[in-house]
Ligand binder design. Sequence first.
Ligand SMILES: Nc1ncnc2c1ncn2[C@@H]1O[C@H](COP(=O)(O)OP(=O)(O)OP(=O)(O)O)[C@@H](O)[C@H]1O
Ligand SMILES: Nc1ncnc2c1ncn2[C@@H]1O[C@H](COP(=O)(O)OP(=O)(O)OP(=O)(O)O)[C@@H](O)[C@H]1O
Ligand SMILES: [Mg+2]
Ligand SMILES: [Mg+2]
Lengths: 251, 251
Amino acid sequence: MKIWTVANQKGGVGKTTTTVSVADALAGLGYRVLLMDLDPQASLTCYMQLDPDQVENTSYDLFNKPERIRPVDTGFEGLHIVGASMALANVEKRSSSIDGKGLVLKRWLQQHAQAYDYVLIDTPPALGMMMINALAACDHLLVPVQTDFLALKGLERMMKVLGMLAVSGAEIPHTVIATMFDKRTNASRRTYQFLKNQYKTRIWPGVIPVDTKFREASRLGVPPSFLFAQSHGIVAYQKLTRDLLPDDLLR
Amino acid sequence: MKIWTVANQKGGVGKTTTTVSVADALAGLGYRVLLMDLDPQASLTCYMQLDPDQVENTSYDLFNKPERIRPVDTGFEGLHIVGASMALANVEKRSSSIDGKGLVLKRWLQQHAQAYDYVLIDTPPALGMMMINALAACDHLLVPVQTDFLALKGLERMMKVLGMLAVSGAEIPHTVIATMFDKRTNASRRTYQFLKNQYKTRIWPGVIPVDTKFREASRLGVPPSFLFAQSHGIVAYQKLTRDLLPDDLLR
Ligand SMILES: Nc1ncnc2c1ncn2[C@@H]1O[C@H](COP(=O)(O)OP(=O)(O)OP(=O)(O)O)[C@@H](O)[C@H]1O
Ligand SMILES: Nc1ncnc2c1ncn2[C@@H]1O[C@H](COP(=O)(O)OP(=O)(O)OP(=O)(O)O)[C@@H](O)[C@H]1O
Ligand SMILES: [Mg+2]
Ligand SMILES: [Mg+2]
């Protein structure tokens, strides 16, 4: 079992889209994948047509009764999910003392998710209890970043957090992924160039282009490759996924 | 002085872009505008070429020494800013007791911002102390929402929060604004139709189209109308701003 977390404190950079697209590509290669939604916004849960107000046995129970959590079959080959419920937002507020609560997810996955080849964890756009759990649990971190100026500062902060964790002995291997790349605009091209200079081997050498099919797929509630397998954004995520697999040696 | 807050718990829906664009349009009409950055990500601060790690007298001081806060001239006619510093993220963590801290911003603006015609407040993508302050202080709330499926659930939650506030006597007049509308895709058109049916008079009857110039403007650190006045996204925000002004009677 390998655990991949998708995180970036900046909002709207494509975390949920990356989680679904990489999981979709892994399932397409025959792997059994567990999706884990740790975002109180529950985008991933909604994407998979579950209702966060109704769904039972969610990631909220990690902090309550972990033994109650049951993955749900999404109906798509090789993809199961543990959804998020709205109640997750309360965990953040109550958790003034983080001691020992940072490893709840890691422990649950080690005990209950061994049947899966990959676990993909979606996180909220904030550095809080969910993010800490997701960083502590993962083998590899994927950091999507939009190729635009406003997203650069957020990435800097994310990297500072990783630097602090590394100093305390928790080095997390990670890959920065340039998303929503729009080859028509200067902003995208220049920002991507800056990212490549700055992050060198830690950034995936490709880009995920702007592709309107992602919105379409999320509206219809299907993994992107099911309806739009040839679309350039979806093909790019499949290439990313192949590049991340161990035999290609992580960048 | 009128205070307009821009908020939505969902990330990446265009809050910062809406704040800058509406402020830009108001300054273009000759009004004196104060931008207020309450987001620890400090996108608005970075957009205006201030460094959140260096900037002094920021919105962080609201919870510390409010009398220290000084608006900074952005260098653009009619636009001043109170920036955000990274330290703002600490306020959220420390503030387990919200009592009385929800009105800090409202009080500061009443005492120190009377020289401005409009105050535009940018908020983080989360329901926390900053959002509560921004909702408590405002005369009108602008809620940008991307015309895509994943953003609908986030909007529902935002509306539930407003409903709860209204029940407790704090009715907040608000306008939902459809952003990043892409007329080429089904997802955008259908989502927009759904929003119009659902929110009727509370949604602005126009749309803000997808426009690559916004990224360009944020990279160059200039208000959108300075370089791209004719661009269709920027013209749409100017139309929105005129529709929001009192003589047009708010929807
Ligand atoms: N490559 C792409 N091209 C075009 N649209 C995209 C692309 N990737 C994501 N999107 C769209 O951008 C929006 C934001 O993406 P997404 O919700 O995945 O971001 P996020 O980082 O998870 O946001 P949040 O911070 O709210 O969790 C969605 O509407 C999604 O469909
Ligand atoms: N109408 C539009 N057309 C194209 N791009 C847009 C439009 N509005 C905003 N953007 C771009 O989308 C990205 C997200 O916008 P923005 O940062 O304003 O969202 P936000 O809601 O403030 O995000 P956060 O939740 O992180 O604060 C930015 O790169 C911005 O330039
Ligand atoms: Mg998300
Ligand atoms: Mg913002």
